[in-house]
Design a protein around this ligand. Structure first.
Ligand code: DAH
Length: 356
């Protein structure tokens, strides 16, 4: 008959004790402490039982050894089950914790150049102008010839043109004699629009233009303009000036004044540079207007009769006015930006200063 040593309770009784220890554990950490108390390599109950083998009489050694092994297996099995259950009921890593404070999604915003373009479009739209867009790849006729700049005209050198290697088919269907280029100004759309529509015309054309310029503080080989064109009966220089003044007062400052400085463009006669009184110093002279009291905005003029003839308009009956304004130029003035390159680099430290 085997007899049990009084100091060593049975495996089921010990397992029961382990069970109640586990039940009291409030956290995975507590549970681990319970496990170590029983199954710890050196000080665990099972380890102690093993150690006691050395002190018992030889005939008991086998018995205690078996008891220790049985207990060890039972405890390990129970511990494995405990882990299975706690892992299964644990919150999955990607579960939503509804008690956490809400996270506001980051919203993007328009690029400062887009904001300025939208505002310009809004002002001209309210004055009755329609927004039109056109191709950036142009032919020489629309970009130059029809605008009273024939091939040998010196004005063609005013803008350094980027020509493309691939010709497009002209109206004749022959590809070989149509040189293609990246438009140097949005004025080419004056021609395209007038070819397709009869007066009255009232359009603004926002868009990108390209020139052989190196990128520096004030120049970019690609930038954007807003072209304006109005054609009708009896339109005068006063209408042009009034239109641009109304625009400038809404865009920059309600008290701004306008001045036309005589200039030259082949497609307008007369031609003028648009100057605005500096709205920062009111003409006294400051850094923004380079101490002149005036700020240059762009070019304008009355449409040249030769341009009307190129598109088949009756130059005796119609008059018109036109202008071209750089969008970057307006943005630079509006926001006191010193370097045009900032608009193209997409550096968030810059863009985040215009959160409209
Ligand atoms: N095309 C000119 C430029 O790119 C700007 C311009 C001047 C446009 C006078 C016009 C105009 O329509 O009438 O510098």
């Amino acid at each position: 008959m085997s007899h049990r040593l009084p100091d060593f309770p049975s495996v089921p009784a010990l397992l029961q004790e382990f069970e109640s220890d586990l039940a009291q554990a409030k956290s995975p950490r507590d549970a681990q402490t319970v496990r170590d108390k029983w199954l710890g390599r050196k000080k665990g109950e099972v380890a102690k039982l093993m150690d006691s083998i050395a002190q018992v009489p030889p005939e008991e050694k086998k018995k205690i050894g078996r008891l220790a092994n049985e207990l060890k297996q039972a405890l390990e099995a129970r511990w494995a089950r405990h882990l299975e259950v706690t892992e299964a009921t644990a919150r999955p890593a990607d579960a939503v914790d509804v008690t956490l404070p809400g996270r506001v999604p980051e919203l993007g915003h328009r690029h400062p150049l887009t904001v300025v373009r939208d505002r310009m479009e809004e002002i001209f739209t309210r004055m009755g102008f329609a927004i039109v867009e056109g191709p950036e790849v142009e032919d020489e006729w629309h970009c130059f010839d029809a605008l009273n700049m024939p091939a040998d005209h010196p004005a063609r050198d005013m803008q350094d043109t980027l020509y493309l290697a691939t010709p497009i088919r002209g109206e004749s269907g022959r590809a070989e004699d149509v040189r293609t280029l990246l438009r140097t100004h949005t004025s080419s759309m004056q021609i395209r629009y007038m070819q397709a529509h009869q007066p009255p015309v009232r359009i603004v054309v926002p868009g990108r233009v390209y020139r052989r310029d190196d990128l520096d503080l004030t120049h970019s080989p690609a930038f954007s303009q807003i072209e304006g064109l109005a054609v009708g009966e009896g339109l005068s220089l006063a209408d042009l000036k009034g239109t641009l003044l109304a625009f400038a007062r809404q865009m920059f400052s309600p008290t701004v004044r306008i001045r036309f400085r005589p200039s030259f463009f082949p497609y307008t006669e007369p031609s003028a540079e648009i100057d605005l009184s500096c709205w920062q110093c009111d003409g006294a002279g400051c850094a923004m207007c380079k101490r002149t009291g005036w700020i240059e905005l762009g070019g304008c003029g009355m449409v040249h009769p030769t341009v009307f003839e190129a598109v088949g308009y009756d130059a005796e009956r119609y008059t018109g006015f036109a202008w071209g304004i750089g969008i970057e130029r307006v943005a630079i003035l509006r926001h006191q930006v010193e370097d045009i390159r900032l608009f193209y680099e997409n550096d968030l430290r810059f863009l985040e200063q215009f959160p409209y």
